[in-house]
Design a protein around this ligand. Structure first.
Ligand SMILES: C[S@@+](CC[C@H](N)C(=O)[O-])C[C@H]1O[C@@H](n2cnc3c(N)ncnc32)[C@H](O)[C@@H]1O
Length: 333
């Protein structure tokens, strides 16, 4: 069975885009409908290339494995993972070699270094659609103390330190992820604190401390939850945790807040702009940004996507108005 022409054209684009980058770079090569390939997302994570097929590309990865492997090789890809949605609603994975799953690479996004791991259960170590948000964090972190909730492999922490943050605390419910983030800190010659806890519990404790008259040590709070977290029942469904987390973050009154909304199903059923405005009603400047770091042209984009199969995250940046209008944050030098 011959491979479809859509695939040839996708691989042509991958080849063309890869030629513009160094081999150790982290970069999104193809972004679905935006690049004329609805449902197809291709990330170069240094030496590893991940091709994620969420739409209906007429390729049968089980039966066409050899043709597919030959086509990817012919396009210059050495280490690749093919991830394709299957009829059962899960994913079928193909690997360039069985041993790839155990392999690690070090890749670079600008000046940040990330350890890339190839087992799909770990999501590889860096989310390319948060690259512009990492740049934003770097741009506002100078002289400030940063709390990075749902820290994963520490991407925002590395960006903040690169931007001149004086200290960063990463909170994640997964100890292996915190250990991985420490590896990333080593690769970057920096260090940060790590706390194994849920974001909800950690925020509650900070608010209790504040209510007891003790201040908390953070000027910037980053909240980047996945759709489903740890725990059981409602605890796992993080859309249910948003209102409480927002209440806590607003009560802590940091200079800056960055909220990342990844859960598209949630965005479609909940007006998240109203939710954010409700919790940060007075004294904050709010900007909505897309995954390229550009101001969102149209609020309707919060709940819609150019690609029917996948929606990139949207970000809300909140700056305390009195601070953004000239007053220096308490910890700034
Ligand atoms: C989508 S990633 C976050 C992305 C990350 N902020 C980044 O910069 O790439 C999800 C992370 O949330 C963590 N996690 C899941 N539930 C959690 C919870 N309730 N509290 C804290 N971390 C949680 C997972 O262990 C995982 O590392």
């Amino acid at each position: 069975m011959a491979l479809p022409s859509e695939l040839r054209s996708l691989l042509g684009l991958v080849e063309e885009r890869r030629a513009r980058h160094e081999r150790d770079e982290v970069v999104r090569l193809v972004a679905g409908a935006r690049d004329g390939h609805p449902g197809c997302w291709v990330d170069q994570l240094g030496e590893l290339c991940v091709l994620a097929l969420y739409g209906a590309l007429p390729v049968d990865p089980e039966r066409q494995r050899d043709e597919l492997a030959a086509a990817l090789r012919a396009s210059g890809l050495e280490h690749w993972i093919w991830k394709q949605r299957n009829a059962a609603g899960g994913y079928t994975y193909l690997f360039s070699a069985p041993a790839l799953r155990e392999q690690r690479f070090v890749a670079r996004e600008g000046e940040l270094r990330f350890e890339i791991r190839c087992d799909p259960k770990d999501d590889f170590g860096v989310f390319t659609d948060a690259a512009a948000a990492r740049t934003l964090v770097a741009s506002l972190a100078r002289g400030l103390r940063v709390l990075n909730l749902f820290s994963y492999t520490g991407g925002f922490a590395l960006a903040a330190l690169r931007g001149g943050a004086t200290q960063v605390t990463n909170v994640d419910a997964s100890k292996p992820m915190l250990t991985w983030s420490k590896r990333n800190a080593e690769w970057n010659g920096v260090d940060f604190a790590v706390v194994p806890d849920t974001a909800q519990r950690y925020l509650r404790r900070l608010v209790e401390r504040k209510a007891a008259g003790k201040d908390h040590p953070f000027d910037v709070i980053i909240l980047d939850p996945p759709a489903f977290g740890v725990g059981r029942g409602d605890e796992r469904i993080l859309r249910k945790a948003w209102p409480e987390m927002l209440r806590c973050v607003a009560a802590l009154e940091p200079a800056h807040v960055l909220l990342a909304f990844n859960d598209f199903a949630y965005r479609r059923c909940e007006p998240i702009d109203a939710l954010v405005e409700q919790h940060f009603a007075r004294g904050w400047k709010l900007r909505w940004l897309d995954d390229a770091g550009e101001p969102l042209r149209d609020r309707r984009l919060l709940a819609s996507s150019a690609d029917p199969n996948y929606a990139p995250p949207v970000f809300a940046h909140l700056a305390r108005a009195s601070l953004s209008e000239g007053k220096v944050p308490p910890t700034a030098q």
